[in-house]
Design a protein around this ligand. Structure first.
Ligand code: ADP
Ligand code: MG
Length: 339
C-alpha cells in the first residue's frame, strides 16, 4: 500500500493520465494542461451536466466498492446526457480524498471511472484532485453532443402522448434495502459474513447502474423522437410529475403496466414492501422516462426494453395512478401510502 502523501497530487494525476485513452474525434487535448481543448463538429449543440456524489449522503463505503462507485459516478452523468437525447463525448472528474485513502484505493476508484468511459465511449479529459477533511466526494461533469434542435427537453409532451419507461423499476431501491440490512447485521456482529450472493440482480441495480444509451440509439434507428424525456433518478412518480409540470399536462399511468423484474419482486416480498411503492418512489434506477406521439405506438408496443405505462392527459385531469380496480390515485413525489 502506498500513502497518498508519498506520491503527492501530481504523482497521482500522472498515474491517472498514463492509462487514459482518448477516442472522441472532438477531443483535441486531454489531461495535462490548464484546460482541455474540444472541437465539436459544426451543426452540433453541446449539452453539459454535473452530479456531485458525497460520502455519507449518496454512498456508503461500507458496502460500495470503490470501483463500482467510480463507474456509477460516470453512469449517472451519462444518464443525464442520454435524457437530453444527446451522445456523451467527454467527462471531467473532481475528487476530494480523505487522508485515510491509499494510492491503490484511489486507483480502484479511477478503474471504475475508466471502465465506464470505455462502456459509454467517452474521454476523460480533465478534473481536479484535492484532500478532504471529511469524507470522499466525487463530482463528474459530462459533455455531450446533439444535432442542433434535436435535444429533447422535459417540456415537450402534449395530451395523448404515450408515456414510456425503459427497463424495469424498483430494483436499485431494494438493493439498497438489502445492503442496509446486511450492514446492520455486520455492525452487530463483525464476525458475520454478509448474505449478499442471494441478491445479484438488485445489488447490481444499486451498485452498478447503467445509463440507457442503448435505448437512445435504438430510438434513433426506429425513427422515434421523444416529445419529452427525463431519467429516473428520484423515482417514477417524481419524474412523471416533472414531465407534467414542465409540459403543462396531466398524466395517467396504470398499475398493471408498471415494469418490475422477478428478482426485484421477490426481494420486495421478502422485505414486506409494496412493489408498486418501490417502483413509484424507489429511485436510482436510471431508466429513461419519455413521451412519444400516439402514432408511434406500433413501433414501440413490442419493444423488449420499453414499456408503455400510460399517457399524458389535459392538465386539469392531474397526474394519476390508475389502480387495477380502475380507481385514480393522485401521484405524489414521495410518501405514497395508499396501498
Ligand atoms: P491546475 O492547478 O491548473 O488546476 P491541476 O494540477 O489541478 O492543474 O491539474 C493538472 C491536469 O490534471 C489538468 O489537466 C487537470 O484537468 C488534470 N486532472 C487533475 N485532477 C484530475 C482528476 N482527478 N481526473 C482527471 N484529470 C485530472
Ligand atoms: Mg486543479
Amino acid at each position: 500500500m502506498t500513502s497518498l502523501d508519498k506520491l503527492g497530487e501530481f504523482g497521482l494525476i500522472g498515474r491517472i493520465q498514463q492509462t487514459v485513452e482518448l477516442t472522441q474525434p472532438s477531443t483535441i487535448l486531454g489531461i495535462g494542461d490548464d484546460a482541455a481543448i474540444l472541437a465539436p463538429p459544426a451543426g452540433q449543440e453541446l449539452v453539459i451536466s454535473t452530479d456531485l456524489l458525497v460520502e455519507g449522503i449518496h454512498f456508503d463505503l461500507t458496502f460500495c466498492p470503490l470501483k463500482h462507485l467510480g463507474y456509477k459516478a460516470v453512469a449517472v452523468n451519462v444518464s443525464d446526457i442520454a435524457a437530453m437525447n444527446a451522445l456523451p463525448t467527454q467527462i471531467v472528474v473532481a475528487v476530494s480524498i480523505p487522508p485515510r485513502f491509499t494510492v491503490e484505493a484511489v486507483e480502484e476508484l479511477f478503474e471504475g471511472v475508466k471502465l465506464a468511459c470505455e462502456a459509454y465511449n467517452v474521454d476523460l479529459v480533465g478534473g481536479d484532485t484535492t484532500g478532504s477533511r471529511a469524507g470522499l466526494t466525487i463530482s463528474v461533469t459530462a459533455l455531450g453532443q446533439v444535432t442542433a434542435g434535436q435535444a429533447v427537453r422535459r417540456s415537450g409532451a402534449g395530451p395523448n402522448d404515450l408515456l414510456c419507461v425503459t427497463g424495469d423499476l424498483g430494483g436499485a431501491y431494494l438493493g439498497l434495502q438489502v445492503l442496509e440490512r446486511e450492514k446492520q447485521v455486520w455492525q452487530a456482529d463483525p464476525e458475520s459474513q454478509p448474505e449478499l450472493s442471494k441478491y445479484p440482480y438488485v445489488l447490481q441495480r444499486q451498485l452498478r447502474p447503467e445509463a440507457r444509451m442503448d435505448v437512445i440509439h435504438e430510438l434513433r434507428e426506429l425513427g422515434v423522437v421523444p416529445t419529452s424525456m427525463i431519467d429516473v433518478s428520484d423515482g417514477l412518480a417524481s419524474e412523471v410529475l416533472h414531465l407534467c409540470q414542465a409540459s403543462g399536462t396531466g398524466a395517467r399511468i396504470f398499475t398493471e403496466n408498471l415494469p418490475i423484474a422477478n428478482p426485484t419482486l421477490e426481494v420486495a416480498n421478502e422485505f414486506n414492501l409494496d412493489p408498486i411503492m418501490c417502483m413509484l418512489n424507489g429511485g436510482e434506477d436510471y431508466e429513461l422516462l419519455f413521451t412519444v406521439p400516439l402514432a408511434d405506438h406500433a413501433k414501440l408496443k413490442n419493444h423488449p426494453d420499453i414499456t408503455i405505462i400510460g399517457h399524458m392527459v389535459e392538465k386539469n385531469e392531474g397526474a394519476n395512478l390508475i389502480t387495477k380496480a380502475g380507481q385514480p390515485v393522485p401521484l405524489r413525489a414521495q410518501g405514497f401510502s395508499h396501498f
